[in-house]
Design a protein around this ligand. Structure first.
Ligand SMILES: [Zn+2]
Length: 113
C-alpha cells in the first residue's frame, strides 16, 4: 500500500505545478524511481488512474526512469552496480561500501498543455 501514499503526494505536487504554470491539462509526468525504493511502476500507474480522475492530470502518461542500485567503495573509491546478494566491492573485495544510488524517488518533470 506504500505506492498509494507515494502516488497521492506525487499527484498533489504535479497538480500544484500545473496550476502554477497555468496549465489546463497535464500530458506527461516523468518520474525517477530508484531500484532500492521497491516502488512498482504498475502499482503507481494503477493508483494514479484512480486518484487523478476529475483532475487536470487525468489521462496523463506516466514515464518511469528506474535508477539501479549503485554503491561506492570506501577502500578503493570506485563506483559499481550493487548485486542483490553481493555487498562486496568487485574491484578490491572490500565490504566497506556506501550506497550512493537507488534511493531516488521524485518527479523529474511534467509536460503540460
Ligand atoms: Zn573497492
Amino acid at each position: 500500500m506504500h505506492e498509494l501514499a507515494i502516488t497521492k503526494s506525487m499527484l498533489d505536487l504535479v497538480l500544484e505545478q500545473a496550476e502554477k504554470a497555468g496549465a489546463k491539462e497535464v500530458e506527461k509526468i516523468n518520474l525517477v524511481i530508484g531500484e532500492m525504493t521497491g516502488v512498482v511502476g504498475r502499482c503507481v500507474q494503477f493508483y494514479f488512474d484512480f486518484l487523478s480522475k476529475g483532475t487536470a492530470a487525468e489521462g496523463a502518461a506516466l514515464a518511469f526512469k528506474v535508477i539501479p542500485t549503485t554503491a561506492k567503495c570506501l577502500s578503493c573509491h570506485k563506483d559499481f552496480k550493487l548485486g542483490e546478494f553481493d555487498w562486496t566491492c568487485p574491484h578490491c573485495r572490500s565490504n566497506n561500501i556506501e550506497i550512493v544510488g537507488g534511493k531516488e524517488l521524485f518527479v523529474e518533470s511534467i509536460e503540460v498543455e
